[in-house]
Design a protein around this ligand. Structure first.
Ligand code: NAP
Length: 434
């Protein structure tokens, strides 16, 4: 069956002149046949494409250029970002991730400006001394304070949300505080970003948010859900929210390597359970994942890196081969193995350009995205004990004691981390932090 332009105009409720204009602009997408006399004849397929064009331009507020890309590739937002034109806000900018993000951004990507947002003036002062002020601005503020966030986001294009309470015991002992920072804080970021018109927000998640067994993980799971579904609130503003989710960061504040180094001095290392395995990544990998997520994101994805696992016993052997190991038993809130992708998430996940992308179940989501991504086999799960990539004792030694092959200044960074640490108050929780 074919239709005349008048019929198409009535079906779509669009003027004939507009249809002709769209045909010129989208000539490689909509090409109605012509009669011998030059009259247009539209197939059902042509009408469906015109429908999509109308939807993109009129309802989704896309430009013609964006609509062209969406119709051809499925995603207008995927692509390179010109970082030199971006103003960035990093909540938790003085933390392990935030500082390293700033370092890599300043060295490699040269953004217009980076705003650091956190509570403690001392950490900001130390950072100012190290990084200077040329491209960094320091905002004292709490993610619980939405008005302050709005002020800090004025003129900002991109937000990295890294601020969190992340120590498992601290969150268990101060549950209301964990909820206020990790959950209400997430809501405030979304409200402020939409009101101010920020373009893209990436929030940092953790493997502890998957099948959570402690309050830290549970608050991060809520935060992930809030960010994914926060996309539904943005309407005409078109602010987009996505998450990245990863496991333990080697050498970050309060993590297990600095703790083992500390315990090593006494000749004895404590491990909660010999079977324990964890996912590992370096700060460099975490930062590059976030940068990559900004380039790929359409909104609503959770980006998960492909990273190796290690056995905690191997780590102990690498850090302190000469030390006695004491097994002290698994603690509340700790898991033997960590999960990054559950079987349920796996059904909605694709392997894409060396990472996993968990796609959202949102009705408005342009499902053609990640067209070249590979669907995962039914039953796929990503768990630290069944991972097919492992770090052995030698790899871990290189990481801990420094090697240009792994990460140039890991050893010195670890040592400086150790110097910043106070005596650990609850050593048995050492793996339950991130
Ligand atoms: N480290 C890991 O192994 C790991 C693994 C997976 C995921 N993650 C996630 O990655 C993110 C960053 O972790 P990280 O290792 O960089 O943490 P971190 O070193 O503990 O840094 C946390 C940062 O958040 C700030 N902050 C805390 N509460 C705040 C609040 N209410 N308002 C504003 N700023 C606040 C802190 O500064 P002030 O105290 O001065 O406010 C600090 O700058 C977190 O979301 C964490 O859940 C970490």
């Amino acid at each position: 069956m074919v239709y005349r332009i008048q019929e198409v105009s009535e079906k779509l409720q669009v003027k004939k002149s507009t249809i002709r204009f769209w045909e010129t602009e989208f000539s490689d997408i909509v090409r109605p046949k012509r009669t011998n006399g030059g009259q247009r004849r539209y197939s059902e397929q042509d009408i469906s494409k015109l429908h999509k064009i109308k939807n993109l331009l009129r309802h989704r507020n896309r430009t013609i250029a964006q609509a062209r890309i969406i119709l051809k590739q499925g995603n207008a937002d995927v692509g390179e970002i010109d970082w030199t034109k971006q103003s960035i806000l990093v909540t938790g900018g003085t933390g392990s991730f935030g500082k390293h993000f700033c370092k890599i951004m300043l060295e490699k990507y040269h953004p217009k400006v980076i705003r650091i947002y956190s509570r403690d003036e001392l950490k900001q002062h130390e950072m100012r001394q190290k990084f200077g002020e040329e491209k960094l601005r320091y905002f004292i503020g709490d993610v619980r304070d939405v008005e302050r966030l709005k002020r800090a986001m004025e003129g900002v294009d991109i937000v990295v949300h890294a601020a969190a309470l992340k120590q498992v015991p601290a969150c268990e002992y101060n549950p209301f505080e964990a909820v206020k920072t990790n959950i209400y804080g997430a809501q405030n970021i979304i409200d402020a970003a939409i009101d101010i018109g920020v373009k893209k927000v990436v929030a940092l998640s953790t493997d502890k948010a998957v099948n959570p067994v402690n309050l830290y993980g549970a608050t991060k799971l809520c935060s992930d859900k809030i960010f994914i579904h926060g996309n539904s609130y943005s309407g005409q503003k078109r602010t987009r929210f996505s998450c990245v989710r990863y496991g333990n960061v080697i050498g970050s504040r309060g993590s297990v390597i600095p703790l083992f180094m500390q315990q090593k001095k006494n000749g004895r290392i404590t491990i909660t359970d010999e079977r324990m395995t964890r996912f590992w990544l370096t700060l460099d990998q975490a930062v590059e994942l976030v940068i990559n997520a900004f380039c790929l994101m359409q909104g609503g994805e959770i980006f998960v890196p492909k990273i190796p696992s290690m056995k905690v016993t191997d780590l102990a052997k690498a850090v302190a081969p000469e030390c006695e190991i004491e097994i002290i038993g698994i603690r509340p809130g700790e898991k033997i193995h960590e999960v990054l992708i559950t079987e349920e998430d796996g059904r909605n996940t694709v392997a894409y350009n060396g990472i996993y992308v968990i796609m959202p179940n949102l009705s408005w989501w342009e499902r053609q995205n990640y067209k070249t991504g590979q669907r995962l086999p039914e039953g796929f799960v990503y768990i630290s004990n069944t991972n097919d990539e492992w770090l052995n004792v030698e790899d871990l030694k290189r990481i801990v004691y420094g090697s240009s092959m792994v990460e140039e200044d890991m050893a010195s960074r670890l040592l400086s981390t150790i110097h910043q640490l106070e005596e650990p108050k609850t050593p048995h929780y050492h793996l339950a932090t991130n």
